[in-house]
Design a binder for this molecule. Structure first.
Ligand SMILES: Nc1ncnc2c1ncn2[C@@H]1O[C@H](COP(=O)(O)OP(=O)(O)OP(=O)(O)O)[C@@H](O)[C@H]1O
Length: 328
């Protein structure tokens, strides 16, 4: 799928699948195409090439319209409406409306129901916009930088609301943010967009276990790689995502293809180290995990509408099952 604006391509050859039931973080540099991607899924934009499907339906169809809610960056609300009137409008426009959930989200932040939307603070407006989005009881919730402009406490609280609601209803969430810590604490799936293409797509645990950080002294001759970097020959069989030489010391983030020969020290990279490496678009081949590949669905690939095993992580408790702690 691709999207071209007048000045050029925003997304190109962008093929991936987001498995249902995941809370997915969408990251990428400014202008990478994150908002465009969400606009396509929300039917605000049409792809220039290829197709977009939401639970198998085209975004413009009535079915997809009922199942998708989009919370844009600017959190548009009618300024003259009170909070109660805003929720009433939500109820009248949406057959799946859940008044209890919407009111719970508003009340938990102490937002007065009789206050006009135009008189709310940025955080309160975001909370009402969250309530409107969740009140629709969507199966897919698209959130474009939901935490921007919020203080850390409100941001954390709203992320907890988001995770609790998503876990309770099995909502699939696609959430863009520039705050890697927020994503690390709340998402169990990640998409990295850079230069209009997918660089990384997969489950957080899978992404962590696929990468290793190597450090060591350079002793022998170096070999040129297709990406133009000079590396020790024993690393040639592995996928080197990014490497840095400082004096005679090499540090490389790799996707090892089997055991790494030589006296390299191996450490577990942090999620942030991995994401930033893909973010910088180092020229390494993208990593699209099998569950994110576009193709026919297969039993057990995690793409069923409500997978039996929910993997939403509790806020503030990132885990790394199956791997020992970092060595340094
Ligand atoms: N309405 C538009 N008309 C023309 N070009 C656009 C339009 N919207 C976005 N673009 C261009 O498409 C590219 C992707 O923009 P997009 O807003 O999707 O990126 P983003 O990843 O959301 O960026 P940011 O992190 O800054 O919000 C950019 O080069 C941008 O200039």
């Amino acid at each position: 799928m691709g999207k071209r604006y007048r000045r050029g391509w925003a997304l190109r050859d962008c093929s991936f699948r987001l498995p249902a039931g995941r809370v997915c973080g969408l990251i990428g540099p400014n202008g990478a195409g994150k908002t465009t991607l969400m606009g396509l899924a929300a039917d605000l934009l049409k792809p220039t090439t290829g197709t977009v499907r939401v639970f198998g339906a085209a975004p413009g169809t009535a079915e997809a319209g009922l199942r998708v809610a989009f919370l844009p960056q600017e959190k548009p609300l009618f300024k003259r409406f009170t909070v109660a009137e805003t929720l009433r409008l939500g109820r009248e426009l949406n057959p799946r409306w859940d008044q209890r959930t919407a009111e719970r989200i508003v009340r938990s932040g102490g937002v007065p129901l009789d206050a006009r939307a135009g008189a709310l603070s940025g955080g309160q407006r975001t909370r009402v916009a969250f309530a409107l989005a969740f009140g629709r009881r969507p199966d897919l919730l698209l959130l474009d930088e939901p935490g921007s402009g919020l203080d850390p406490l409100v941001r954390r609280e709203l992320m907890s609301v988001l995770l609790a609601e998503a876990a309770e209803y099995g909502t699939t969430v696609l959430l863009s943010s520039h705050l890697l810590a927020d994503l690390e604490n709340s998402c169990d799936y990640l998409l990295v967009l850079a230069a209009g293409g997918i660089r990384l797509a997969g489950g957080v645990d899978e992404i962590l276990t696929t990468h290793t950080l190597l450090t060591g002294a350079l002793t022998g001759a170096l070999t040129g790689t297709p990406a133009g970097r000079d590396l020790p020959p024993e690393l040639a069989r592995h996928t080197v995502v990014e490497s840095r030489v400082s004096g005679r010391q090499l540090t490389a983030l790799v996707r090892p293809d089997g055991p790494v020969a030589g006296g390299w020290r191996t450490d577990d990279p942090t999620l942030e180290e991995i994401l930033l490496a893909y973010f910088r678009d180092s020229g390494a081949p993208p990593l699209i995990s099998p569950g994110a590949h576009v193709g026919p669905r297969t039993a057990g690939d995690g793409t069923a509408p409500h997978p039996p095993e929910r993997r939403v992580r509790a806020p503030g408790r990132p885990g790394r099952p199956g791997r020992p702690g970092r060595a340094r």
